[in-house]
Design a protein around this ligand. Structure first.
Ligand SMILES: [Zn+2]
Length: 356
């Protein structure tokens, strides 16, 4: 069973892999090896390349999937001259003279962005070594000392979510009542939830599935890093399934887990795609610092572009472990009866006399 130390090793490994929308192969390989070491798990993929990891054996309930995406905003080199396409969204200010490095091979050269057009998301970088089409590059991050309970890595969004999902699955394997719990890992989220939309539109997700969409989401003044994993009631576009969200909240409160229940409207989330196309879905997330590697984001958004500095993303280590606990509680809670109407009925019966 995944101890805290083991789960943290997976977190460290996954969030440092080279990945980009449509170029998630390093993550896929890592996950294939992880599943390969566990005889009781099965890995399948749909025709869009989304992964489904399920437990073998008979299940008495409809599936519950913890969902995370495998991509992260990154540079994909398109020519040996250093031309690139940036996949995912980062403000143009961060590209000005930015130092980047090829991370998809060990001897990848470093370089500097010399031109970038935020509209087309195409640009040119000058590298101090050879590059070829298909190389993946990321920002050249300054090393930051670990400390104060924070974990920092290039791609917490959403590989920390993937690590939490796999850690939860590893623990669910020991619990016969959670055999219906599985993990879905999607592709190309950063370019518009594309893997999730593909799966939902084409029904590659088993009918009747309940989806717990995990994200790291921009820290908000009301949703701080370190204040616990977040039960996410909605994102910037919509609200998530009311009943699922409430059942999970009730169960997490009952268990006394430190958590937050918030509308995280700083960004979007795959639960939006699942819900829109008819699946029951809600969100869980971790508050994230330096979202999409944008250090000093608030200052940059306020107009001070000189502050644009690529930085490692960061989360709270305790929030991460709390999320694993919440996932397991949520997987069981979504099949509980919803007490809300009975609670309201009771209130009504005892207090209706106020209406005269
Ligand atoms: Zn993102």
């Amino acid at each position: 069973m995944a101890s805290r130390a083991t789960a943290e090793r997976w977190l460290g490994a996954l969030t440092n892999l080279p990945t980009a929308s449509g170029r998630e192969e390093a993550v896929v390989e890592w996950v294939e090896a992880w599943v390969g070491r566990r005889d009781d798990l099965r890995l399948t993929r749909d025709d869009g390349g989304n992964l489904f990891i399920t437990q073998k054996g008979r299940k008495s309930k409809d599936p519950v999937f913890a969902v995370a995406h495998m991509d992260h905003p990154a540079f994909v080199i398109t020519g040996s001259d250093g031309s690139f396409e940036f996949r995912g969204w980062v403000d143009g200010a961060y590209f000005k003279d930015a130092r980047i490095e090829v991370v998809s091979r060990l001897d990848g050269p470093g370089g500097r962005v010399v031109d970038y057009d935020p509209d087309s998301q195409l640009g040119l970088a000058r590298f101090d070594g050879e590059v070829s089409s298909g190389d993946i590059a990321m920002w050249d991050f300054r090393t930051v000392r670990p400390g104060n309970g924070r974990f920092r890595a290039p791609a917490c969004d959403d590989l920390a979510g993937a690590a939490a999902a796999l850690a939860a699955l590893d623990r669910a394997r020991r619990q016969p009542g959670l055999r219906h719990f599985g993990v879905m890992l999607t592709r190309a989220e950063e370019v518009g939830l594309i893997g999730a939309i593909h799966a939902a539109k084409n029904h590659t997700i088993p009918d009747g599935s309940r989806l717990l969409s995990i994200e790291t989401s921009r820290e908000l003044p009301t949703a701080r890093i370190g204040d616990g994993p977040i039960i996410r009631v909605g994102d910037r576009s919509t609200m998530f399934d009311r009943q699922m969200t409430n059942l999970i909240t009730n169960a997490v409160r009952r268990e006394g887990i430190v958590h937050q229940r918030k509308l995280m409207d700083g960004g979007g989330c795959e639960a939006t795609a699942f819900g829109t196309y008819g699946y029951l879905a809600t969100g869980l997330c971790l508050a994230l610092g330096n979202w999409h590697n944008r250090g000093n984001l608030a200052e940059v958004e306020a107009g001070d572009h000189s502050k644009a500095q690529p930085m490692l993303e960061e989360i709270s280590i305790d929030d991460f472990h709390g999320l694993v606990d919440v996932l397991l509680i949520a997987a069981a809670a979504v099949d509980e009866p919803d007490p809300l109407e009975a609670n309201l009925d009771r209130l009504y019966d005892s207090n209706r006399h106020y209406l005269g």
